[in-house]
Design a binder for this molecule. Structure first.
Ligand code: AMP
Ligand code: ZN
Length: 486
């Protein structure tokens, strides 16, 4: 028989949108700045996870934050080239080159021998679970590149060689180090107090580094690793991002993100390497997301308070409800996870999805005043809590007709990513969008939608007959008009 078709929200109005300047807070200047990309496609890099274990909900907040940036850029009409790296070797437990190697820790935990092959196997397993988690949270995994650090060893060696040639590196017995004193303005990101670091470091374990802030570029190893001009070993963790950015996005990029923990060391170290290597500014907009605490405590495995996405879904909570909860906090505000808070978010999210699905599908245009306020909230450094407040106001507004509400929500959801259109029965059975119907049939369907909304059943029946003459049968279902080819 025929193909079943359900109506989907109307065509994007992005082209005609009269958007305010998109203001983003740049950690480099400490100011709100208007976003202007270098070229036609925005180049964005988000520091990715070390895949030695499942990512926890704190990590997931960092990627929903990155996704909010991506979706907002799309709404503002930009194409986006997005890269999230996968750290699949090395990375000491502390960013400051101390402690145990995370991947080795993961191997030991799982009773696996510490070999390069096992490291890769472990990494791929947890990378898969990371992709699944972020996919469930609404990230467009198909359109993001996820380079594995271990696939870019020659590129990392090349960066270190350049730094060595330019006089920014020195060798010690256990590897090659970056000489931070050679880079003027080291620590400029987030205005780090390097002198204080130096004072604090006197109390630490003795090292032969020239300055406590100096960091490892190549870590020598007697048994494992890759061959390099400095012998067997591993590139330092801070080098992989620089090498992959250079290779995949270019020497200068628009946006670089991470959690606030990355500002002091990791991102200052990336910046120092990249700018020393090229002599050019590396990143135009550095953006950092605040942390999640759990029941008021730091997320920590030793406290056994780590929460993973599957802990929520096992309890019947929806992944998008977690996204809803994230969006209810501004990305620069710390959030405290409690089960009560997330269950509350799940209830509110369920209510929102139901409200959306009860609205009649439509080809109507979104409400302009709503969209103006909604985009103004997003333009204000991605103020998602305010944007969500506008959504609830829209739903409560008696002056806006249901079909317009639905079109408005569909448009807003392009940024919110709550999956309104695909979270319920409508999308589950939807095979082809209404946009695929002939234009004249689309117009008749839209007119009939309006007639139904206005309870003008005679007109609605007339329009059904006209649609039938064009070869399509239309039925009214709970999710909206259902169109089949006769
Ligand atoms: P990592 O695998 O530790 O490098 O973390 C991956 C990403 O998650 C980084 O952007 C971190 O800054 C971020 N992150 C780690 N812990 C938290 C947390 N508790 N809350 C929010 N973001 C976090
Ligand atoms: Zn990084």
């Amino acid at each position: 028989m025929n193909l079943l078709k359900f109506l989907r929200p109307g065509r994007s109005a992005a082209k005609q949108k009269n958007l305010p300047p998109l203001m983003l807070r740049n950690t480099l200047s400490g100011e709100l700045e208007e976003f202007k990309p270098m070229g036609s496609a925005v180049k964005m890099y988000n520091c990715g996870p070390t895949v030695y274990d499942f990512v926890h909900i704190g990590n997931l907040r960092a990627y929903v934050f990155a996704d909010t940036i991506r979706r907002s850029l799309h709404a503002w009409g930009y194409k986006v080239q997005q890269v999230i790296n996968i750290t699949d070797f090395g990375h000491l437990v502390s960013d400051a080159d101390e402690g145990e190697d995370k991947m080795t820790k993961g191997l030991k935990r799982e009773g696996l021998r510490v070999t390069m092959a096992n490291m890769r196997k472990l990494a791929e397993r947890y990378a898969e679970s990371f992709f699944k988690d972020i996919g469930e949270l609404g990230l467009d995994v198909e359109h993001i590149r996820f380079p594995r650090a271990s696939d870019y060893i020659p590129e990392q060696i090349a960066v270190i060689k350049t730094l060595e040639q330019k006089g920014y590196a020195y060798r010690l017995e256990d590897g090659v180090y970056y000489d931070t004193s050679r880079f003027p303005g080291y620590g400029k990101l987030g205005d780090q107090d390097i002198e204080a670091q130096e004072a604090g470091a006197r109390l630490e374990v003795n090292t032969n580094k020239r300055h406590p802030a100096d960091f490892v570029l190549w870590k020598s190893d007697k048994k494992l690793g890759w061959e390099s001009p400095w012998g067997l070993g591993f590139p330092g963790w801070h080098t992989e991002c620089v090498a992959m950015i250079f290779k995949l996005l270019g020497k200068q990029i628009d946006i670089h993100t991470g959690g606030i923990d990355h500002i002091a060391i990791h991102h200052n170290n990336e910046l120092a390497q990249a700018e020393a290597a090229t002599g050019k500014p590396f990143v135009r907009y550095w953006m950092h997301g605040e942390f999640i605490t759990i029941e008021d405590k730091k997320v920590s495995k030793s406290l056994r308070n780590t929460i993973y996405l599957h802990n929520l879904t096992d309890k019947g909570l929806s992944a998008r409800a977690l996204r809803y909860w994230f969006l209810n906090g501004h990305y620069r505000t710390p959030m405290n996870f409690t089960w009560d808070a997330v269950e509350g978010a799940n209830t509110a999210y369920g209510r929102l999805v139901r409200a959306y699905l009860e609205l009649p599908p439509s080809q109507m245009r979104p409400d302009e005043t709503f969209l103006k306020d909604f985009y103004a909230a997003i333009a204000d450094d991605l103020n998602t809590p305010q944007a969500l407040a506008r959504v609830w106001e829209l739903l409560r507004d008696p002056a806006i007709i249901p079909a317009v509400k639905r079109a408005s929500l569909a448009e807003a959801d392009k940024i919110l990513g709550l999956g309104l259109g695909d979270s319920g029965p409508v999308a589950r059975v939807s095979v082809i969008s209404v946009d695929d119907l002939p234009e004249d049939v689309q117009r008749l369907i839209a007119a009939r939608e309006e007639a139904r909304t206005n309870k003008d059943f005679k007109k609605s029946d007339d329009l059904r007959a006209q649609i039938a003459k064009k070869g399509f049968e239309v039925k009214d279902a709970p999710g909206g008009q259902k169109v089949t080819k006769k």
